[in-house]
Design a protein around this ligand. Structure first.
Ligand SMILES: NC(=O)C1=CN([C@@H]2O[C@H](COP(=O)(O)OP(=O)(O)OC[C@H]3O[C@@H](n4cnc5c(N)ncnc54)[C@H](O)[C@@H]3O)[C@@H](O)[C@H]2O)C=CC1
Ligand SMILES: CC/C=C\C[C@H](O)/C=C/C=C\C=C\C=C\C(=O)[C@@H](O)C/C=C\CCC(=O)O
Length: 294
């Protein structure tokens, strides 16, 4: 038995291998009951690797059951097998689908609710960088988040018999300021911020019982970073490769675990709605947006 602590909330959790004995299993079960997200059901898009994998794991570590959605079937199966070993097979559900398809995503939400008996936490995380195929970038990064948010509300809002809950939409630092080597990516991430803020206000006024927040990390250590300087994805901005590299050096590269701990803050802090949490090497802070007056 290995006892570890989530650095964010100091919630104890137990990692349990298949060879553990009865009393240890009982202790593991009792510890799970004490966790902050015990009894909660989460759904994460783009869960197979990178940040989505980190978000899924921190949700599991804090007691939630998690539906893992990804277009990458092979990667999803590898992750599901690893999670089964660590947390037990009944804690996750693997659903292969693309956020570009209304039908596939709708089906995945329904299967999650049918399997786990409800839905409390949704993380719209799937995203790509592709300045060449810019329509696909918009389709996944912005349209996929809109689709995921609307489906989440259908299942979670109280007027539909849902339990309420929280949606975290993954934007970026490039959703708050320009990443000059990736203007389409920048536009989609600004779009995620604008859409989520408006939806958060609507949710509050309509009393849906659902909080909607945005996560805005700087560069993080995932395979997406290779897109910054690849011919295939940088498109006409490949000549700015040097500037992009310099920016990455200046900003630094975040560990996935650090981004995941800040994601958990947005999930658990019930005072936060319509807020963007910016995560940088020097720390995390909530964004102050300009106040508009009529
Ligand atoms: N890595 C970074 O520096 C940062 C990433 N982000 C954002 O975090 C999110 C996750 O990115 P990373 O983990 O870094 O990238 P990643 O490339 O490591 O993982 C993305 C995952 O999304 C999946 N995916 C891609 N298209 C999909 C689709 N159409 N439907 C379902 N799943 C799909 C991929 O198969 C993959 O498993 C993205 O929205 C990205 O824009 C934000 C700030 C920094
Ligand atoms: C392209 C794929 C790689 C990563 C995408 C990911 O979402 C990460 C984004 C990280 C950084 C975004 C930067 C945004 C920059 C700005 O807001 C600029 O206005 C500021 C530019 C330079 C500031 C230099 C300085 O004074 O520190």
């Amino acid at each position: 038995m290995i006892c570890t602590y989530s650095r964010c909330l100091l919630i104890p959790f137990v990692k349990c291998s298949s060879s553990v004995s009865g009393p240890v299993r009982l202790l593991s079960y009792l510890t799970t009951l004490m966790m902050a997200l015990h009894g909660k059901v989460a759904l994460v898009t783009g869960a197979a690797q990178g940040l989505g994998k980190g978000f899924s794991e921190i949700l599991l570590q804090n007691g939630a059951k998690v539906a893992l959605l990804d277009v990458n079937e092979k990667g999803g199966k590898v992750l599901k097998a690893a999670f089964d070993k660590e947390y037990g097979p009944d804690r996750t559900l693997l659903l292969t689908c693309t956020v570009e398809s209304e039908e596939q995503l709708k089906d995945a939400f329904q299967k999650t609710v049918d399997t786990f008996g409800g839905l409390d936490i949704v993380c719209n995380n799937a995203g790509i960088v592709n300045e060449n195929n810019w329509e696909k970038c918009v389709s996944i990064n912005l349209n996929g988040v809109v689709r995921g948010t609307y489906l989440a509300l259908q299942h979670m809002k109280k007027e539909n018999g849902g339990r309420g809950g929280v949606i975290v939409n993954v934007s970026s630092l490039a959703g708050l300021g320009p990443l000059l080597t990736a203007p389409i990516y920048t536009a989609t991430k600004h779009g995620v911020v604008g859409f989520s803020r408006a939806m958060a206000d609507a949710s509050s006024v309509c009393d849906y019982g659902v909080r909607i927040n945005m996560l805005c990390p700087s560069f993080a250590d995932t395979s997406l970073l290779t897109c910054l300087t690849s011919d295939e994805t940088a498109g006409q901005f490949i000549s700015l490769r040097g500037v992009a590299e310099k920016m990455k050096d200046q900003f630094g590269v975040l560990e996935v675990s650090v981004v995941a701990e800040n994601f958990l803050k947005l999930v658990t802090d019930e005072s936060r709605n319509g807020e963007a949490l910016m995560v940088q090497m020097q720390g995390a802070s909530y964004v102050t947006f300009p106040k508009m007056s009529a």
